[in-house]
Design a protein around this ligand. Structure first.
Ligand code: ADQ
Length: 485
């Protein structure tokens, strides 16, 4: 049986089905920060990754005649093993689209959209979390380290501890943890907090998340809390603590830097610029098409600037790349409609034939293309209403080996805590955002260089390898303390 001394538990496996040029569907490595983040930690260990493959199990069997290949047992280079947790269509509807993405996601993002609480959804969340915990219990070697990820799996730590008390368990939340007054809305608030403190270490993107979580634990658990430690009840021998800390995730700097400096990327960036008619300024947005990302507010601010003549439509172009996301959830259809209405109105009113004011691409792009766009962009617009970290802002910085470019960044991202040299904006303040966009677009080369160098130094020294190392080192040291207490 496959078993590891490092077990990653995440909602998705790091693979996806793709149509190849020969017409066959094959599994390939999924793009995305978490995959490259964790892969840097996996090769030296006997590692296992547990997750869902992305296709409901009852659909997969219905359609086996279409030739979907079985989920591979490991990565093609044999770096680590893959264990699938199958989800049915009902699980996807209630656990994923329902409790995870219609209750937790909006609640944890300051209830920007109204969270929807259905008991049937939470029942599925509990059931699926138990299936993930059981898979981890089955595939972890004695005394192994298990690292559980994100809001879809918050009950896993306590469930897993009950099944396997010998394990070291870490949990990392990729999205914000909300203020206690918001969290208290949740009908299952105590169960979720208890689920999380099943871990030895619970990590958040920022100290704000840590403080909010500790406040909820104080209100809901009535267990002693000293600094960053929650002391759980138990007899002297099996008493333990749950430690809470902040670990800001980051990007794979060496990989992005290599792509950014390559001749192909530099040539592609120049080609993009030429194809846009060599405008004076290129502004860029790159996001999952999600209502938390503030795509609509940024497009409105840009449109107003064009209408007022503060930016010249003949000299300025905005590219918005949006990757489709969670399209079976109503709120996501709504944000797509809102964004597309703004794009078409702005282009109808202010664009010219062959020269739209906004170039809108609703497609997933390879990282090489994104890096070329980052290099071509004079101003990067990252304006979420709330974001745990935001990797796009750090990818932009890592791509600018020419020390040029200007980053406009929302204060409500975790990244803003680290990237103070950006033009920081409050996305709720349209006038303030317009001023910041104009300031970034008109800044002189000396100011751009000064700010970009400060940003690059921060991201280079705190890349994703640093994040993984810090989290795992903290987890290891806590467990070692146990016996001594
Ligand atoms: P996300 O909400 O997905 O992540 P973000 O951190 O910006 O947000 O990561 C998005 C990733 O998708 C980036 O790596 C980006 O390059 C990629 N991407 C965006 N648009 C794309 C496109 N059109 N084509 C291809 N790739 C595209 C969640 C949290 C964040 C947290 C991360 C990691 O919401 O706050 O930073 O997890 O912890």
């Amino acid at each position: 049986m496959t078993a590891g001394d490092l077990v990653i538990v995440a909602n998705r496996l790091p693979i996806e089905l793709a149509d190849e040029v020969d017409g066959c569907r094959r599994w390939r490595r999924a793009p995305g920060g978490l995959v490259s983040a964790l892969e840097s930690a996996l090769p030296d260990r006997k590692a296992v990754w547990i997750g869902w493959a992305g296709t409901p199990s009852d659909v997969a069997s219905d359609t086996s005649s279409t030739g979907n290949p079985p989920v591979p047992a490991g990565t093609t280079d044999g770096a680590y093993a893959l264990i699938e947790v199958p989800l049915t269509r009902a699980d996807v509807e209630h656990f994923y689209d329902g409790f995870s993405n219609s209750a937790l996601w909006p609640l944890y993002h300051d209830a920007i959209a109204t969270p929807v609480y259905h008991r049937i959804d939470f029942d599925a969340y509990r059931r699926v979390n138990r299936a993930f915990a059981a898979a981890a219990a089955e595939h972890a070697l004695p005394g192994a380290t298990v690292w559980v990820h994100d809001y879809q799996l918050q009950l896993v730590p306590a469930m897993l501890r009950e099944m396997r008390p010998d394990l070291r368990i870490g949990f990392f939340l990729h999205i914000p943890f909300p203020a206690a007054d918001l969290f208290m809305q949740l009908p299952w608030r105590r169960e979720l907090i208890t689920g999380l403190v099943g871990a030895d270490l619970v990590g958040f993107q920022t100290s704000g998340g840590v403080n909010n979580f500790l406040e909820c634990a104080r209100r809901l658990l009535a267990w002693p809390i000293h600094d960053d430690r929650i002391r759980l009840p138990g007899t002297n021998n099996d008493r333990r603590s749950c430690v809470v800390g902040s670990f800001g995730i980051s990007v794979d700097w060496p990989r992005i830097d290599r792509i950014a400096r390559s001749e192909a990327t530099v040539a592609r960036a120049a080609q993009v610029r030429a194809e846009l008619g060599n405008p004076h300024r290129i502004l860029l947005g790159v996001d999952r098409l999600d209502y938390t990302k503030g795509i609509d507010v940024r497009l409105r601010a840009y449109t107003e600037l064009l209408r007022e003549g503060r930016l010249d439509p003949a000299q300025t172009v905005l590219i918005q790349v949006a990757t489709p996301s969670r399209e079976s959830v109503d709120e996501y259809q709504r944000i797509r409609d809102d964004v597309e209405l703004i794009v078409s109105r702005t282009n109808g009113d202010l664009g010219q034939i062959g020269a739209p004011a906004i170039h809108y691409v609703r497609q997933t792009q390879p990282l090489t293309e994104l890096v070329a766009l980052y290099r071509a962009a004079d101003v990067m617009l990252v304006t979420p209403l709330r974001d745990g970290m935001n990797l796009v802002s750090k990818e932009y910085v890592a791509s600018r080996s020419d020390d040029d470019g200007a980053l406009v960044l929302s204060e409500f991202t975790g990244a803003a805590r680290e990237l103070a040299a950006a033009w920081l904006v409050n996305p709720h303040d349209t006038d303030g955002m317009k001023d910041a966009i104009v300031a970034a677009a008109t800044a002189g080369p000396v100011e751009r260089k000064r700010r970009m160098r400060a940003l690059r130094s921060r991201v280079r020294n705190h890349d994703v390898e640093h994040w993984t190392r810090e989290f795992l080192a903290a987890l290891t040291s806590i467990t070692r303390d146990h016996g001594a207490e």
